[in-house]
Design a protein around this ligand. Sequence first.
Ligand code: NPW
Ligand code: ATP
Ligand code: MG
Length: 374
Amino acid sequence: MLIKHGINSGFGAIYMLASSPVLRRQQFLIRSLGDYSDQNTNTHQKRMQGIQFTSGASLEADAEKVLRAITPTLDPNRHKGQAGKIAVIGGCREYTGAPYFAAISALKIGADLSHVFCTKDAASVIKSYSPELIVHPVLEESYSVRDDEKGVISGKVLAEVDKWLERFDCLVIGPGLGRDPFLLDCVSKIIKLARQSNVPIVIDGDGLFLVTNSLDLISGYPLAVLTPNVNEYKRLVQKVLSCEVNDEEAHEQLVSLAKRIGGVTILRKGKSDFISDGETVKSVSIYGSPRRCGGQGDILSGSVAVFLSWARHAIRDGDSSISSKNPATLGCIAGSALMRKAASLAFENKKRSTLTTDIIEYLGRSLEDICPVR
Ligand SMILES: NC(=O)C1=CN([C@@H]2O[C@H](COP(=O)(O)OP(=O)(O)OC[C@H]3O[C@@H](n4cnc5c(N)ncnc54)[C@H](OP(=O)(O)O)[C@@H]3O)[C@@H](O)[C@H]2O)[C@@H](O)CC1
Ligand SMILES: Nc1ncnc2c1ncn2[C@@H]1O[C@H](COP(=O)(O)OP(=O)(O)OP(=O)(O)O)[C@@H](O)[C@H]1O
Ligand SMILES: [Mg+2]
């Protein structure tokens, strides 16, 4: 309706409104949904349009449909690893919760193996949270490395990660990583290696601090997903677009941001989550939880990693219910929806005392409600 209204407003009205944010927004929506109106004229294409534009003029994604399309069936013929091998690069002296939340969420959703590459101090703590995680104490912070050893140690860190890299379906870089310059320098090299091997990467937390200051690391890599919260988004907009966040033209700004970083996918977290790959924008507004305890973004990053991997497989298998060819946007839609559904179930039960670990306990049931195991 919004679009028709905009088109039929008459030239005079359009002319008068030419500079208004409302009209610019309508024009943006028309551009963004261009494919949709083209498809409307062709019933076959319309039937085949699948996921991407099922909500008509609304930006709201049909997240349940995405979840059903990409979640693999539990097939007894499959072997360990085929449902996903995820690695989280994060965890330092200060933060051990964040990498744990991301890595355990990946397993609870259905990945087969979840690794964590962290500093030595963090490793035994993370192992003690869960025997399910495979923890590599390989990262080093400046305080434990002499200046003259830095080259050698950096080479060792890279070699340790490289041994495993091609086995992973997706890396999550940043939860609880910290901001130590030496450690971040090693992580920059890990990102370069991942790109060379075409391994998808979800960048969150301190990983966003790193890439915001070194955009070349991810620029032009379509298998990169950025999951900024309010602060992280503000820093990205300032750095990339050299302006402030503009909530009146939020969608246009998000699309421009993703485009300017060369078509990476950005999931802007907030009251509603907004997702863009520089071409389209989609929202996920499923009711979540009013509790804002720390760690929910970490659940999201681990979830997006799993769903992105599954979406890649579904697209490769030619699943006809998937019209989008971008596994990154599908992974974001699915991860966002599942996280919000789990948060709402946890809140129903625990109210004000809801914690991140409670939400993690509802990931399995939330997915089961949408895609029951057959
Ligand atoms: N258990 C663990 O191990 C966890 C570890 N984590 C890890 O911590 C690292 C840093 O990540 P981060 O999220 O604390 O950094 P960032 O976003 O810069 O926020 C810093 C401060 O900004 C503020 N602020 C926040 N939101 C705001 C808003 N909407 N609007 C306005 N202000 C807002 C607020 O401070 P306030 O202003 O309230 O004092 C907030 O404290 C990273 O590695 C991450 O993975 C987390 O994952 C949590 C669980
Ligand atoms: N106001 C809100 N209402 C409902 N859900 C929200 C709201 N803000 C964020 N969320 C949801 O919570 C999840 C985490 O977003 P948040 O902005 O808290 O990330 P974060 O700050 O990176 O978290 P973390 O503490 O893990 O670092 C996202 O899935 C998002 O959809
Ligand atoms: Mg965060």
